[in-house]
Write a protein of this length. Structure first.
Length: 458
């Protein structure tokens, strides 16, 4: 545990630094990131459909519970191999460990209805940070994959004739017959109506029997291996819940990639404007134009935000203006008058009350931003009297300011922006991001790996 924490210091120390200043968003509320999430808000569970979803992927249907629920579906043949692995190799310690790991992760993934979940939530320090219980299905799948590897080894590499598969073949035959009966009922009687995913799941249960019968009966060569691999790939590909029908999504206007591509004209127009400035996208759902088109924006998907940013943008005051939002990007259906730019998909409007990226106080005298990047800012300011240079950037530790080459402190002004004292006359101000948390974390991480390599060599 100590080694893991030390090796991850380059990420953990900045994360700790950020958490003390962040607000976390969860289903139904938001709260400081360092505050323990009440169990009432940790209700992301997948019960009771979880057990059935190991056999019938139709139970998932893109959503199996509130929040970011995942599908337990592993594929029918891998699940069969996992059962065989535990059945035939349970004397091995790694098999018992993997089975326990899979069972524990499964029970925890049930969330609030699980006694194990409640006990660990109460007793395990910081476990509440894993706010989506269903994510532990990843660990459950890891254990099942190890078991499936043992099962594949027994099935394909065991001594021929040394293992009797008669009982398992009878069980699989019974399941195939039962599935065939259920599959035939709607076609004979016209009801009940069965969803397409249910039909495919029943069909795959039927297919498991002949494939396993062939392999267990001696077909363990190239043909048998090909049949198993093809079956597994087809099974998992068919039930992929990531893919949507592109044509249907386009008809609904929900093809987000196409919406993003349709911004090309608006993005080119914005890039031609003198900067720096920010753009506020007003559309639903929001698209991340910052990463896609290289345009500075206030929008983007996030589960945490700094408290000072929330204060600036959430109080109904001049936060948007203070953050240098010079333009609003809206869909072409917007009815506001006098857009600066319009095409078949988007309109751009000016925000005349936007503050500049840097200004001098007292007063509101603009400063000249000479250089600007994510880690470096250079500003030229001419002041009749001593005052404060305000940067329309969030105040955050790790930034260091120099005025005419001399280090000066950065203070928090206007509820979340950076304020830098400047003297009378012309001054050249530089601001650079040099966080000690990253530096110290990197040193600890590098030393940890160096010690690990040294110990391994010894």
């Amino acid at each position: 545990m100590i080694t893991g924490l030390a090796a991850g210091a380059v990420q953990l120390l900045p994360s700790v630094e950020y958490s003390a200043r962040a607000i976390r968003f969860i289903s139904g509320t938001s709260l400081p990131a360092t505050q323990k999430i009440p169990i009432a808000y940790l209700v992301d569970y997948v019960w009771p459909s979880t057990l059935l979803t190991y056999f019938f992927s139709w139970n998932f249907q893109h959503k199996m519970g509130p929040g970011e629920a995942l599908s337990p579906y592993l594929g029918l043949f891998p699940l069969l191999l996992a059962i065989i692995g535990f059945w035939k190799c349970r004397e091995h310690s790694w098999v018992r460990y993997s089975a326990g790991l899979a069972a524990g992760a499964f029970l925890f993934s049930l969330g609030a209805p699980s006694l194990l979940y409640g006990l660990l939530y109460a007793l395990a320090p910081l476990l509440w940070m894993a706010r989506e219980a269903s994510r532990f299905l990843y660990i459950g799948h890891f254990g099942l994959v190890i078991l499936a590897a043992y099962g594949a080894q027994v099935l394909f590499c065991g001594t021929e004739g040394s293992i009797s598969w008669r009982r398992l073949n009878r069980i699989l035959l019974s399941m195939a017959i039962a599935s065939a009966v259920v599959l035939a009922i709607p076609y004979i009687f016209g009801r009940p109506e069965v969803k397409i995913w249910t039909e495919w799941s029943l069909f795959f249960i039927i297919l498991v029997y002949p494939i396993f019968r062939y392999v267990s009966g001696g077909g363990r060569g190239d043909v048998g291996r090909f049949l198993v691999i093809a079956f597994v790939v087809f099974d998992l590909h068919l039930f992929s819940t990531i893919a949507f029908n592109k044509i249907e999504e386009g008809r609904k206007g929900a093809d987000q990639l196409e919406r993003l591509i349709s911004m090309r004209g608006a993005a080119n127009f914005l890039k031609m404007q003198p900067g720096p400035f920010r753009v506020q996208e007003i559309a639903d759902p929001l698209l991340n134009i910052g990463d896609s088109w290289g345009i500075e924006t206030l929008n983007g998907g996030a589960v945490t935000l700094t408290a000072n940013y929330m204060g600036l943008t959430g109080r109904g005051g001049p936060g948007i203006d203070l953050l240098n939002v010079r333009y609003f990007l809206k869909p072409a259906s917007a009815t506001d008058a006098n857009p600066l730019y319009a095409d078949a998909n988007w309109k751009i409007y000016a925000n005349p009350s936007a503050y500049p990226r840097a200004w001098f106080e007292p007063g509101l005298m603009p400063a000249v931003v000479q250089e600007h990047s994510t880690r470096h800012i250079a500003v030229k300011v001419t002041a009749a009297n001593p005052g404060v240079l305000v940067l329309s950037e969030l105040y955050y530790p790790g930034w260091e300011a120099r005025v005419n080459g001399s280090a000066v402190p950065i203070s928090e002004v206007h509820g979340g922006l950076r304020g830098i004292p400047v003297p009378q006359g012309e001054s050249h101000v530089t601001v650079d991001y040099a966080p000690r948390s990253v530096t110290f974390g990197a040193i600890i991480t590098v030393l940890t790996f160096a010690v690990i390599l040294l110990v391994a060599a010894v």
